[in-house]
Design a binder for this molecule. Sequence first.
Ligand code: ADP
Ligand code: MG
Length: 726
Amino acid sequence: MSSANIRHEAIKSIATTRHALNRVDFRKMRLKDIFGINVFNEEMQRAHLPEDVFNAVQRTIKMGEPMDPSVADAVATAMKDWAIQRGATHYCHLFQPMTGLTAEKHDSFLTPTPSGGAIAEFSGKELIKGEPDASSFPSGGLRATFEARGYTAWDPTSPAFIMENPNGSTLVIPTAFLSWTGEALDKKTPLLRSMDAISHQAVRVLKIFGKHDVQRAITTMGAEQEYFLIDKRFFYARPDLITAGCTLFGARPPKGQEMEDQYFGSIPERVLAYMAETEVELLKLGVPVKTRHNEVAPSQYELAPLFENSNLATDHQNLVMELLRKTADKYGLACLIHEKPFDGVNGSGKHNNWSICSDKGENLLNPGDTPHDNAQFLVFCCAVIRAVNLHADLLRVAIAGAANDRRLGANEAPPAIISIFLGDQLNDIIMQIEKGGAHSSKQGGLFETGVSVLPRLPREAGDRNRTSPFAFTGNKFEFRAVGASQNIAGANTVLNAIVAESLDVIATELETLIAGGKDRNAAVRGVLSRVIRDNKHIIFNGDGYSAGWHQEAAQRGLPNFKTTVDVLPCIIDQKNIDLLGKYKVYTEKELRSRFAIICEAYAKTIHVEANLTSMMARTIILPACLRYQTELAHNVTALKAAGISPSLELLQIVSTTITDLEKQTAELDKILLTEDSSDPYKHACFMRDKVLPVMALVRKAGDKLETLVADDLWPLPTYREMLFIK
Ligand code: ADP
Ligand code: MG
């Protein structure tokens, strides 16, 4: 009686479609030739700008010097000519409002002339400042709707680029976004401020070590991006994926990731073709993509770039997400960059690799071969340990959000408890310092393979730990709790700010001791020994996924903010207002606005998911179940008529589960009617405490029905199909 449904259509279409995969010909195109071709980078600036203008721009970029308006005019003209030659018709200021996404408004270069013609125009004023009507972006009370003025301000340290489009390309200018009164309405401004703060403190520390010629330090960042790819036809058959980015229903597949056969497995051809094209597009934009591989969950993948200056890396990271999504469409795929698109298999994160580098190119977290006598490295390293221990709350809040809550603390993601993994070598040294001084570094040596034809490999001095949210990995720290869809600016802003504070405290102590006549090495030993004693409980080298760790962490007094709602109030803790204010990263007003914005975003996300849950239960799942129930009932009648006594078991269990689904859905609708958004924090609490639990019950009934109802009647693509039909 049933005809093919949308799900069957999707499977049939996937089985029979041939995709045009050969879109990039590397015999004609060399990667090294395309790298950065669409970027107005230093090389392009040198080629297109008069020498004095070029030098002035470089002084702004490298030394932070203010820019003269006449310089901006000259840059704008050169940029416009360069862009038009490359097919650009429009320009846009790209900014990162508090939605967490990027925003852009396009303007044409075209200006009509009085004589009826038109010329291409782009002035320094238009380059430097934009004025999007910004009242519709979240401002958390920083600006009322009637005070719509918001400004975008050109960030000359992140080069403009051309985004190609089939019908005319766009010159994209990275900008900061500020209110009329100068408050940051975006994620870039605080990041840039935090980079200034840490630079200042790092330079102070370097002076103590005699490096008087260092003027600036920059933070560096490389983010490994995880994502899922599923066939677009499945995506369009799932309203939850379209609207919420994750599945709100779906029974566990018979086979998930338990065979461990996906990680680093061979990459399917269509996916590989997609990755290659995405990478080409990113390379053209100067994004140094480097690594690609299968991730742990079925249909999960990862892309990693080389690290760059945090500001540029953040802009590039946003482009990575955009191009991953955009390119997927051309291959009949949908790219899911949500923290937990599928329950029961791994979610997706973004490993945020972070370090500090001097303007002389020295990586300040590079331990060298004998870290125990690298006092400068140890100061920077201990500053990070202290910062993470004292401000774990801020790090936790930087990665908060409804979507990441679904992932953190699941037993395959970093736990919501922040701790640090140092590895054997560094851990050993830190413990020696605590006792008064480090005298040796454990060495890695060579690796015996036991096979004569294999080369003897150098062995690292410490193993890896995949379960730690914050790990030292050789010459950088890796913050792994960042969610796949999050703008990494937030995590890096916090990291920079809290490490700036630690460096400040340590530098002040060292300066005082040394000025008082103490030998530098003795001063460092004394200060670091105390820093370690006070903060070592944040160090945990064991299994972060184990239940035992939760208990131990509690005994150690480490905070465990299980959900976003738990941790949000810390944004406006006096300690944090003071800290972020002192280093000029956020004003109190900006923090209060962020508190409101994140509460609202959390509540709205769950509001949408709850409505979607109810809608899908009523209009997609229930109708299929009722059809099946009717079929079963007809069967019972028919059997009776034929004189056979039917078993009622299946009909009964289907019927009671249907009743359960109806009851829980009605309950969810009832609760949603009492939603009150007048106080953002109370609203967020309400969504977590009252709405999420009922959503889970609706899902439970729906998922149970998926395992009972006849497969030919089930309308939603299932996990086993979405994750395994490629
Ligand atoms: P993993 O073993 O975790 O994959 P990799 O050595 O491949 O680690 O590096 C992962 C990421 O770390 C890359 O994006 C890389 O560019 C980045 N990275 C390496 N060194 C630094 C550094 N000094 N600062 C910031 N990121 C770095
Ligand atoms: Mg990693």
